[in-house]
Design a protein around this ligand. Structure first.
Ligand code: ZN
Length: 266
């Protein structure tokens, strides 16, 4: 049984997005995102039951249901099927009759496209792993994230000279990022849209650059690079999968805001 925290977390997040987008991310979308954050990948118990029914040995059935449904690689595929249910219901709206019984009323056109249903099903499910990977004891994902950090020697450059060169390099990356971000916002001839797009590009560029840098070091030496007591490599991948990618899916699942559509005059 999925914990109620999933429910509160997903719906809480969805409702804040609804508020921030002035209802363009509407209640229907909150419902799909929130429901999948709650129950999405835990639908694996249904698949497990099916496998057991067909006589699979329990160990295999358990493993297979995790791979197919309750994993970051299985869920994107399984979502294709789950999204069909939400797409079916996007042909209906719900209204309360005088007898206090909610009834389904068929719409002339579906309220959402299948693609948007899929995006939100996928996003909600990936968001689900946010809690699962962090707060179940010793999950393989949590162990993998932490293994990319250097926690052996406490890293305090101000008390332990000389400063390690990797710290210096990280400092240069950090400062140049800040400078370039300010540079983008200060550009006179760029529209708000251009500034936004370039800021996003800069962010992605730095994430990739840093990931390649840390990953290459890890691969060559087998040791995580000391960049402070952080597991940066694992964290970037973790937040990419369970936070930023789902949010990008959410952000592109409804009508885009005005400033992204029309050319702006500053
Ligand atoms: Zn779960």
């Amino acid at each position: 049984m999925s914990g109620v925290t999933h429910l509160v977390f997903g719906f809480g997040f969805g409702l804040i997005i609804l508020y921030l987008t002035n209802n363009r991310f509407d209640l229907r979308r909150v419902l799909i995102f929130g429901t999948n954050n709650y129950i999405g990948p835990d639908l694996r118990v249904l698949i497990l039951g099916l496998f057991l029914l067909f006589g699979f040995p329990e160990d295999n059935a358990n493993w297979l249901s995790i791979v197919l449904v309750h994993s970051a690689y299985g869920w994107p595929l399984f979502s294709l099927v789950v999204a069909l249910i939400y797409y079916y219901f996007s042909h209906y709206t719900i209204e309360k009759t005088e007898k206090f019984i909610p009834t389904l009323i068929r719409l002339k056109e579906p309220a959402m496209s299948y693609l948007d249903c899929y995006k939100l099903t996928l996003a909600g499910g990936l968001f689900h792993f946010h809690l699962d990977w962090l707060f179940h004891p010793n999950t393989p994902e949590y162990t993998a994230i932490m293994s990319t950090g250097n926690f052996e020697q406490p890293f305090q450059p101000w008390t332990a000279p000389p400063i390690h060169w990797s710290m210096l390099f990280t400092g240069i990356i950090m400062l140049s990022f800040g400078y370039l971000m300010l540079w983008i916002f200060a550009m006179k001839n760029w529209s708000q849209k251009e500034k936004f797009i370039n800021a996003v590009k800069l962010n992605i560029l730095y994430a990739i650059f840093y990931l390649v840098w840390l990953g290459a070091w890890l691969l060559v030496t087998g040791d995580p690079l000391p960049v402070g007591e952080e597991s940066d490599f694992g964290q970037i991948i973790f937040y990419g999968i369970v936070f930023f990618f789902p949010l990008i899916l959410v952000a592109t699942s409804f009508e885009r805001s005005e400033f992204m559509k029309a050319p702006q005059i500053n």
